[in-house]
Design a protein around this ligand. Sequence first.
Ligand code: CA
Ligand code: CA
Ligand code: CA
Ligand code: CA
Length: 340
Amino acid sequence: MADVKDQDYAAFRREVRTFIEQNLTEMKTRRSLPLLVALSVPLASCANLRTAKLMSQYEITLADDSPEDTTVTDVTATTDADGRSATLLSAFFGLDDDLPRTSNRAICDGASHKDGMPVIFSHEIDVQTMQAGDFEVTTAAGKTGEIHCVTLAPADDNGELRTALLVGHYGSIDDQPTAVEIVGNLLSLDGTLNFKGTSVAVTELEPGPTIVLAELLAEQRHELGKEPTELPFGGGSGCPLRTKQVVNVVWAGGVTKPGGDEADDVERLKYRVTVVEADGAEREVTPFALADLSDGDNNHRLCLDVEGTPTSVFFPAGYLTDPREDLNPDTRMAITPTTP
Ligand SMILES: [Ca+2]
Ligand SMILES: [Ca+2]
Ligand SMILES: [Ca+2]
Ligand SMILES: [Ca+2]
């Protein structure tokens, strides 16, 4: 933050120490404090000095900048027990040379002014097996990109560890990245699947974000009533206590209202969920609450107060933007059950 003055630094360090001491238990249970940005937090306009200072102090535990795959494994399976394949669901060229300056501290050293691309996996992944060198990006002209680092932050809530943000120089608006391939051993969170050899086509810079996955969360993942963390990234809010079902919606990249504010009731009322009743009748419902807010990632939780089986979700064009301020098109996705 340009407005963080040097003379504030000593007081700032004390403030951060106090904050960390007060939140140590939560930090440990969450494995890391949330880092930064699914490219959607308006970093350049941090609301206040305190937020800016806290942001600058986060440990970077979900990021890796190793250029080589260091994972030693004999796991080669690519299909899970439910018959679902280990695949890449999307790769979204979000920012071209435009990661904000604070990315150096909040994502990884040297991230500032590089490209940013979220890559979404079919399953949650084990961060210990994820190295920057596991990813290879190819451009339209056939060039191989430079991956500087990769991080799972800030989509780090229960069930979210499937969005890897690739930071580097791997294309431009004139020679866009066209494919991402996993070239190293990279395992699912449960250790049973290996993503090596999977690949996906890249969504170009100009389009807006779409929904790439919608999951009905198992009850033990609901986290009803959970408060978001103090910072505007990582650690999102939970659905209200009276929620009956929760659908986690994963967008191809971080989404906000145009201008960078978090989604609210305006966007909630645009979501339409198709529910099949016990007698087979279909109806469309609107979530009674929207959750996983205040965390700057690419996930929304749709909180439902109805019975029946949610089967698909629709969101109409023109309400949410990616970090380049490109508006979403009409987007629809079938809802799948999560593994518990
Ligand atoms: Ca690896
Ligand atoms: Ca875009
Ligand atoms: Ca989240
Ligand atoms: Ca979120």
